[in-house]
Design a protein around this ligand. Sequence first.
Ligand SMILES: [Zn+2]
Ligand SMILES: [Zn+2]
Length: 337
Amino acid sequence: MRALLLDQPRQPLRVAEVPRPRPSPTQLLLQVGACGVCRTDLHVVDGELTDPKLPLVPGHEIVGTVVEKGEQVQRFAIGQRVGVPWLGWTCGTCPYCRSGRENLCDNARFTGYQLDGGYAELTLADERYVFALPETYSDAEAAPLLCAGLIGYRSLVLAGTGRRLGLYGFGAAAHILAQVARYQGREVYAFTRPGDIDAQQLALDLGAVWAGNSDQTPPVELEAAILFAPVGSLVPLALRAVAKGGVVVCAGIHMSDIPSFPYHLLWGERIVRSVANLTRRDGEEFLALAPQVPVRTVVERFPLAEANEALERLRSGRIRGAAVLLPGNAHAAAVQA
Ligand SMILES: [Zn+2]
Ligand SMILES: [Zn+2]
């Protein structure tokens, strides 16, 4: 089957023919219909996340159809469509797993990082960590729900219930979360790279009450802010924008250094916190909520072989909404292999 391989960090991905994967007893073999391109993929490819398996098939927003399954698989049937997220496996025995915080598992393995992911015609996934998907979304539309959507959703929950919400970086995650926040009766204030009129317009189209540059002061004090852009210098700016008791959530897995800032920005019981990974419960909750809103995803589609181009456009901020790879001849490959 055809896959995109990362041989070494800071090199372009390479198109390769690799053996058809074989499912272990608890795994599904999936024919990939679509795979989202996440900023975390960039951090892996660029070597900012330092522990990938190599060579690696990236991609952790996978929509696939079950074409084969291990003998212990019980939850899913051949032909069923499922979604594969970033959290690919946890140990179940460490203190984090045993206290309902599997997102912090000491021994976790992540899809498209320690496990081969979805930049391929076929991929494997452990049935215990995949989700059934709402019928109302096409494969390409569903893909961004699986990381941008559900880790975004975890960030929103951890941001608290404040009504005036700032979103810094208006890409894949924020364009989904803005819709959820509005459905919950919140006001969304969208902050983009200075001068990114397209992203600001998208935010306004999706119901934001205000959109501006990340260095601007919003017209009102915010109660919470979520940082999707991996830019540490946004932390003091967001703290400046939130009211006393406000929460600033850093939603990305990697961020440039946070510059020092005066204590008075934190004073008044303001909180800065990170969000790490997801639990399966986050995924179930969000995938039940998304069709109720209903969340509409804005996607730019790319053939599998153009993954490097999609990554480059994400890096330079030239994706509207979310980028999604479509592994074209997947069905033929599955049948022939
Ligand atoms: Zn664990
Ligand atoms: Zn992701």
